[in-house]
Design a protein around this ligand. Structure first.
Ligand code: NAD
Ligand code: MG
Length: 390
């Protein structure tokens, strides 16, 4: 099987490499892509005997060429190079770029009619309808990798779609679940990056701390499983053992459980419909003293409620939520705004967004751009200096 990894140097990308290497068969690795980490990209390409690599950041072109000079690995550079890489024929893609930057390569992979394992949730939030339509047209199979959506996918009975009463997404609550609103005013970037259960890229780690991650996931589930907002629930489950559930009309709740290790959903998506071996952790049930489930605290974490409102308001609102969040998270990571400003900026952008008529992917892209500008205008440029009081 020919496989390609879009975003191979990130957290999901590296786990995907690990999963590929752990299998008995040798995969025919076509292309690996990265934004800037040319050293890891070169290392992965050599280890997997990849046919090509794509590096977006042109500044490292020479250094990458130098590292690969004794190989026949083809090198693509820049945005155009990334697009070319995603157009190289493959049977299975991992879409693991972060943010809307992954949209264009994702669409190229889908256009091939391939199996597309999709971790990259932001394009689904902003363009879910169009992404699913494109997959329908090309015959591509979308395989959810986000752990909650992979869980739902595993317990989803297509023939009983009408008997689904609720999709129940679990949320760990993130690093700040037990903090007070007052505490949240002074948390730092370092605190926010310190997730209790999962080790992930910076952007999704901040999203987990604001619980915007779960907000994005509600919208992601709405599109992936064609489910109205009022049939999607979120429950906080601090142990991250039950990765999500479906409740059927007969009262059965089917759950998928496992360790908090992305190797499981990645292995599932690689093998589908077969089951392969994971190189990751397995769950030891005897170590689990208890499993807790509680309601979301909408006062401390208002993002989830906003996601429901955005689904009701339509695609323009979802694009605004996602685009403004990407801008605000990046500002927070660069120490330009405080933690609680992230949500404030997102809310303001959603509320003040211009009206939108989203028909095509070009509409999504231009609306997303204009919303990012709007969100940027809400960022006060002076750095926020906050000192923790406790
Ligand atoms: P990451 O930041 O660790 O890695 C991102 C990858 O995308 C890297 O290879 C990077 O080089 C590449 N990239 C970043 N910006 C790019 C750009 N502008 N153009 C091209 N390539 C670019 O991110 P991650 O944690 O692996 O997450 C990837 C995606 O998967 C995100 O959408 C995230 O929400 C989703 N996801 C991640 C996890 C997880 O455990 N990390 C779980 C579920 C879903
Ligand atoms: Mg998730």
């Amino acid at each position: 099987m020919k496989v390609s990894i879009l975003g191979s140097t990130g957290s999901v990308g590296q786990n995907t490499v690990k999963v590929l290497q752990a299998q008995d068969v040798t995969y025919d690795v076509r292309v690996l892509t990265a934004h800037s980490n040319y050293e890891r990209l070169a290392e992965q390409a050599i280890a997997l005997d990849a046919k090509a690599v794509a590096l977006v950041n042109e500044a490292h072109e020479d250094a990458l060429k130098d590292l690969l000079k004794e190989t026949n690995i083809e090198i693509f550079i820049g945005e155009a190079g990334l697009a070319k890489a995603a157009q190289m024929p493959a049977d299975w893609f991992m879409a693991a770029i972060t943010g809307m930057a992954g949209l264009n390569p994702l669409m190229h992979a889908i256009a091939q009619g391939a199996k597309v394992a999709i971790a990259n949730k932001e394009p689904l939030v902003s363009a879910g309808r169009l992404v699913l339509e494109a997959a329908e047209q090309s015959g591509a199979t979308l395989l959810p990798v986000d752990s909650e959506h992979n869980a739902v996918f595993q317990v989803y009975e297509a023939a009983n779609h009408k008997a689904i009463e609720r999709i129940i997404l679990t949320a760990s609550g993130g690093p700040f679940w037990n903090k007070s609103l007052q505490d949240l005013e002074v948390v730092t970037v370092k605190d926010a990056l310190n997730h209790p259960n999962w080790s992930m890229g910076n952007k999704i780690s901040i999203d987990s701390a604001t619980m915007m991650n779960k907000a994005l996931e509600v919208i992601e589930a709405h599109y992936l499983f064609n489910m109205p907002a009022n049939q999607i629930d979120v429950v906080v489950h601090p142990q991250s053992v039950v990765h999500s559930m479906i409740e059927y009309s007969d009262g059965s709740i089917l759950a998928q459980m496992g360790a908090s290790d992305m190797c499981t959903p990645i292995t599932n998506a690689l093998g589908y419909p077969k089951r392969l071996n994971t190189p990751g952790q397995k769950l030891d049930l005897k170590q689990m003293k208890r499993l807790d489930f509680e309601d979301v605290d909408n006062e401390k974490f208002p993002a989830i409620k906003l996601a429901y409102e955005c689904i009701e308001q339509g695609e323009g609102a979802c694009i605004a939520l996602n685009g403004a969040n990407e801008v605000a998270v990046s500002a927070f990571l660069n120490h330009k705004i405080a933690f609680l400003d992230i949500y404030k900026i997102v809310l303001k952008a959603v509320q003040n967004r211009p009206s939108a008529d989203i028909q095509t992917m070009a509409d999504v892209i231009s609306y997303d751009k204009s919303l990012r500008k709007l969100a940027e205008s809400y960022i006060v440029s002076k750095p926020v200096v906050k000192t923790a009081t406790h």
